[in-house]
Design a protein around this ligand. Structure first.
Ligand SMILES: Cc1cc2nc3c(=O)[nH]c(=O)nc-3n(C[C@H](O)[C@H](O)[C@H](O)COP(=O)(O)OP(=O)(O)OC[C@H]3O[C@@H](n4cnc5c(N)ncnc54)[C@H](O)[C@@H]3O)c2cc1C
Length: 399
């Protein structure tokens, strides 16, 4: 294990790595596992003190939304007896076992600060070391940096405002009126958790939404999505409102606006996963979770919404997502080359979003990205597919 200590850049000595993988979450471990299975060595760098750092930080109640059989990494499944939707701790345990199984020993506490090309190789610098490698796989995840939009008056609000990443459980919010901003999967589950802990949750929802049940007729939605991903987009969009009415009923009566495009299109075009419902809608129906329009501004105790209505809150939890943060370390000259990142996109409310790398599995210059494709069929499943292809490509390239 290497620990981080700042060494002046000119005193760093070059270390050679046959392949360098940045990140020891599911994507980095999957790539390393696939390389090991092919007899190809690699060095894995992880900024956290342990592997699976993102998963260890998730809130207590979290269970996978995708079924275990679609969420394991290549070459090693979840142990028998694992429930269909593993808990956060079971996921962390599984990732630890995966690393042991493939003898992956990442350099922990090493945050990559820069990644740039030089003489046909890649140079990767952390505070403690400089690595040279012909291949680098960026597996730092789409959730590297919590994203909190700025609302007018936010600094005057006297209650606490925290990002969903900092949320552990609803214990500290017992008896409080809590505003959850957002309507993604974290928002939906955190609202349930708050209710279960005796808080009074409300959700601020700013745009049209898609809600899908976690299972349809006992079949996990990840399996249903696999089938639906083959349906032409226009047909899926045409059918979407009718399917939504059948599965969730009329959500307009709760103050929600049904999206006019299918969940598939929403994922493909906006990279937004629909709410996979594990009980949020029922609590909304029963009046235990209030729905409010998008958040406009804050006062000392109250929030004002887009329709001009106001209410007082004790705390606000922003489940407003993350940014990948690759631009923090990737040489901008590489960035502007074109194929590595998509053009900067603008969020629905005009928030400037950082550049979002495309997953890239057939690299011509030795730079790969794994885990950046937001897909209807589950990111973990996609990570497995990408990792296999990346490892095959790297071994073919180095042969
Ligand atoms: C709350 C939540 C629930 C989810 N549930 C599901 C689900 O049920 N099913 C599903 O398929 N997907 C789910 N996802 C999506 C999920 O993010 C991915 O499935 C998976 O964790 C992504 O793995 P990853 O390795 O790409 O990213 P991460 O798990 O975020 O791992 C990235 C790793 O890179 C490290 N890192 C980052 N920057 C640097 C750096 N500069 N230098 C060194 N190391 C660095 C991080 O510390 C981290 O360990 C969920 C996401 C969230 C936020």
């Amino acid at each position: 294990m290497t620990t981080s200590a700042t060494v002046p850049s000119d005193r760093l000595t070059d270390q050679h790595a046959p392949t360098l993988v940045i990140g020891a979450g599911p994507a980095g471990l999957a790539v390393a596992g696939c390389l090991k299975a092919r007899g190809a060595p690699c060095v894995v760098l992880e900024r956290g003190a342990e592997i699976a750092a993102s998963w260890r930080r998730h809130y207590d109640r979290l269970h996978l939304h995708t079924a275990a059989r679609h969420s394991s990494l290549p070459g090693f499944g979840f142990p028998s007896g694992t429930p269909r939707y593993p808990s956060r701790d079971q996921m962390v345990g599984y990732l630890e076992e995966y690393a042991q199984r493939f003898e992956i020993v990442p350099h922990l506490g090493e945050e990559v600060a820069s990644l740039r090309p030089s003489d046909g190789e890649w140079i990767v610098e952390t505070a403690a070391a400089r690595y040279r490698s012909p291949q680098v796989v960026v597996a730092t995840g789409t959730n590297a940096i919590p994203w909190i939009p700025a609302w007018p008056g936010q600094e005057r609000f006297r209650g606490s405002i925290l990002h969903s990443r900092e949320y552990r459980n609803g214990e500290t919010f017992r008896g409080q009126h809590v505003l959850v901003v957002g309507f993604g999967n974290s928002a939906g589950e955190i609202a349930i958790d708050l209710h279960e802990h005796g808080a009074r949750p409300a959700m601020a929802v700013r745009g049209p939404v898609n809600i899908v049940p976690r299972e349809i007729a006992g079949i996990p939605i990840s399996s249903v999505s696999l089938l639906l991903s083959r349906v032409p987009t226009r047909l899926a969009d045409a059918l979407a409102p009718r399917i939504a009415r059948l599965t969730t009923g009329d959500i307009a009566r709760f103050g929600l606006t049904q999206a006019t495009v299918s969940p598939m299109t929403q994922i493909r075009v906006e990279s937004r996963i629909p709410l996979i419902d594990i009980g949020t809608l029922d609590l909304i129906r029963r009046g235990h979770i209030e729905i409010r329009p998008g958040l406009r501004s804050f006062g000392a105790r109250e929030a004002t919404f887009e329709d001009g209505s106001r209410d007082t809150f004790d705390a606000v939890i922003t489940a407003t997502g993350f940014r990948p943060g690759v631009a923090r370390f990737l040489d901008p000259a590489v960035d502007s080359d074109g194929p590595i990142t998509e053009p900067a996109r603008t969020g629905p409310a005009g928030d400037a979003m950082t550049k979002w790398p495309r997953s890239r599995v057939e690299s011509t210059n030795g730079l790969y990205f794994c885990g950046f494709a937001v897909t209807p069929t589950g990111m973990l499943r996609e990570i497995g597919i990408e990792a296999r292809r990346i490892a095959a490509h790297i071994t073919a390239r180095t042969r």
